[in-house]
Design a protein around this ligand. Structure first.
Ligand SMILES: [Zn+2]
Length: 388
C-alpha cells in the first residue's frame, strides 16, 4: 500500500515540477488518480509544506464558472543538502525539494584528518556555498550525508552501529543545522542517485559499482536501496577472489579491491616496465589501446565481471552500471565485464544484460545524499535509514 502511495505521490510531484501550478482537476486528468486519492495526497503534501495552494487570480480568468485554486510546489520551502564526505574530497550539493540544484562545490580534505576536522571542513564548505549563492537556510529541510566505509545497519539499536567517526560527524552537522541528517555509505548513495535520476532510473533492480581506489557499490532492489543488516550491502570490493591472497584491512584476504584498484593496476604496469603516472593516465592510455596498460585494465574488468556474475544470477537486475574513474575507460572496461557476465551468468538469463557507464561522475555520492534526504522529506521515511 505504502509503495503505491509513494508512486502516486511521485507522479503528482513530477507533474507539478514539469507543468508548474495546476488545478486539482488538471492533476486528476494528468495523473489518472482518483479524486479521493489525489485530494488525500495533496492534503498531506500541504500539511508537510511541500506544496502550497494558491487562490485563483480573477483578472486572468476568462473561462466560465468559478475559477479553481491551483496547487504548486512551495518555492520557499524545502532546501536539501547532500554531502559526500569522501576520504580525500568533500562534495556538497544544495538542492530544492523540487529537485533543482542551487549550488555545488567541492574541496580537498587531508587523508589524515579526523572526524572533527572533517565535519568542520564540511560545515565551512556548506557555509561558503550558501553565502556565495545567497541561499536562505531557514528553509532547510534535511541533510543527506555520505561517508566511506561501514555506515549503519538496520537491525534495531543493538545492531545499529555506524562507525564512531560517522556518528561524530553526523552529530556535529546536525547540531550546526538543526535538521535530520540521513547517513549512509557514499558509494551506496551514488547507486541511489543512478537509480533515481541516472543510468538505472528505468529499471527496478540494478547493480552499481564505483570503481575508484576504493571499489564499492550498491544494489537497488525493487526500487529501493538495499543497506543490509549491518550496513554492508553492496561492498563488492571485499568479495575475496584469491582466498590465499594478500590481507585486506577488512579482515579478509585477496579482496577484489586489492587486485583491481587503480593503484594496484599502476603497480602491475610498473612491474611490466611501463610507468603510469596516476589513475587518469591509466584510463587515458587504456583507452588509447597501449598494450600493457590496456591488458591490465581488461584483466581487472574481467575479474570484476566474474564477481558481478554471481550477483547477476541471484538478483536478476535490469542493468549494471559502472562508475568511478575506471568507468571513463568506456568499452575497454564495459566489454570484458559484459563478456565475463555473459559467460558465467547467461545460462540462467533469458537475454543479454545491459552493462552501462554510470551517468554521474564525482557528484554521484552527493546527489544520492540529496535523493536520500528527499525520500525522507517528500515521499516516505525509509525505515532503513537512521537519522542522527
Ligand atoms: Zn577486503
Amino acid at each position: 500500500m505504502q509503495r503505491v502511495r509513494l508512486a502516486h505521490t511521485e507522479a503528482l510531484l513530477a507533474q507539478l515540477r514539469s507543468a508548474g501550478p495546476l488545478s486539482r482537476a488538471e492533476l486528476i486528468r494528468l495523473t489518472g488518480l482518483s479524486r479521493t486519492t489525489l485530494f488525500d495526497i495533496i492534503g498531506d503534501l500541504i500539511a508537510r509544506g511541500v506544496v502550497v495552494e494558491r487562490e485563483p487570480q480573477l483578472s486572468g480568468h476568462r473561462g466560465r464558472g468559478r475559477p479553481s485554486t491551483t496547487v504548486s510546489l512551495n518555492p520557499s520551502a524545502g532546501r536539501i543538502i547532500g554531502i559526500d564526505l569522501g576520504r580525500a574530497t568533500i562534495t556538497v550539493i544544495v538542492a530544492t525539494l523540487s529537485h533543482d540544484i542551487l549550488a555545488r562545490g567541492s574541496r580537498a580534505v587531508a587523508l589524515t584528518a579526523g572526524p572533527v576536522r572533517r565535519a568542520n571542513a564540511t560545515i565551512k564548505l556548506i557555509d561558503d556555498l550558501v553565502h556565495g549563492h545567497g541561499i536562505d537556510l531557514r528553509a532547510l529541510e534535511a541533510i543527506g550525508l555520505g561517508l566511506p566505509g561501514l555506515v549503519g545497519g538496520r537491525g534495531g539499536p543493538a545492531d545499529d552501529r555506524p562507525s564512531v567517526a560517522a556518528k561524530q560527524i553526523s552529530k556535529r552537522i546536525k547540531e550546526r543545522y538543526g535538521v535530520a541528517v540521513v547517513t549512509d555509505n557514499n558509494s551506496r548513495l551514488a547507486a541511489l542517485a543512478e537509480g533515481t535520476w541516472g543510468a538505472t532510473r528505468d529499471v527496478r533492480d540494478a547493480i552499481y559499482v564505483r570503481w575508484n581506489d576504493g571499489v564499492g557499490g550498491g544494489l537497488i532492489v525493487d526500487g529501493r536501496l538495499a543497506r543490509g543488516s549491518h550496513g554492508a550491502a553492496g561492498e563488492i570490493g571485499h568479495v575475496s577472489v584469491e582466498p590465499d591472497g594478500a590481507p585486506c584491512p577488512c579482515g579478509g584476504r585477496g579482496c577484489l579491491e586489492l587486485l583491481i584498484r587503480p593503484s594496484a593496476l599502476i603497480e602491475r604496469c610498473a612491474r611490466r616496465g611501463v610507468t603510469v603516472a596516476d589513475p587518469a593516465d591509466l584510463v587515458a592510455r587504456a583507452r588509447a589501446g597501449e598494450p600493457t596498460v590496456e591488458s591490465e585494465v581488461r584483466h581487472a574488468a574481467t575479474l570484476l565481471g566474474r564477481v558481478l556474475s554471481g550477483m547477476v544470477v541471484q538478483l536478476d537486475p535490469g542493468k549494471v552500471a559502472i562508475g568511478g574513474i575506471l568507468a571513463q575507460a568506456g568499452e575497454t572496461v564495459l566489454g570484458p565485464v559484459r563478456t565475463a557476465i555473459g559467460q558465467l551468468a547467461i545460462p540462467r538469463h533469458p537475454r543479454p544484460l545491459d552493462v552501462v557507464t554510470a551517468q554521474f561522475g564525482d557528484d554521484g555520492g552527493a546527489l544520492g545524499a540529496v535523493a536520500a534526504a528527499l525520500r525522507l522529506k517528500v515521499s516516505e521515511p525509509l525505515p532503513a535509514l537512521p537519522t542522527a
